[in-house]
Design a protein around this ligand. Structure first.
Ligand SMILES: [Zn+2]
Length: 99
């Protein structure tokens, strides 16, 4: 964070003490939070199991499908999508059918 940004925040906090600018402060922090979240999620993907018999997994980012012999991408040390290189942030396994 730049010195100026910190000073700006301090100014805003000082203003907050004098005036009612809570909505403005709230929006600034919300924006900052969204920026951080976007940065963190930029190059990540979710791998979702779409077929159980052939153990097919689908990348949310590049939409490619991968057949894995056994287990989840994580079980197979797949930390990144082999196709697009996005970090696999989450895996979603098919729900086991009870019937
Ligand atoms: Zn991918």
């Amino acid at each position: 964070m730049k010195e100026n940004d910190i000073q700006e925040d301090i100014n805003i906090l000082n203003e907050l003490l004098d005036n009612e600018i809570v909505p403005r402060l709230h929006r600034r922090y919300k924006n900052a939070l969204e920026e951080i979240i976007e940065e963190v999620n930029k190059n990540t993907c979710t791998y979702e199991q779409i077929e159980e018999d052939y153990n097919v997994w689908h990348c949310s980012k590049c939409k490619c499908d991968w057949c894995i012999e056994e287990g989840t991408p994580i079980d197979n040390n797949m930390n990144y999508c082999p196709e697009c290189g996005a970090r696999i942030r989450e895996i979603i396994e098919l729900e086991e059918e009870d019937e």
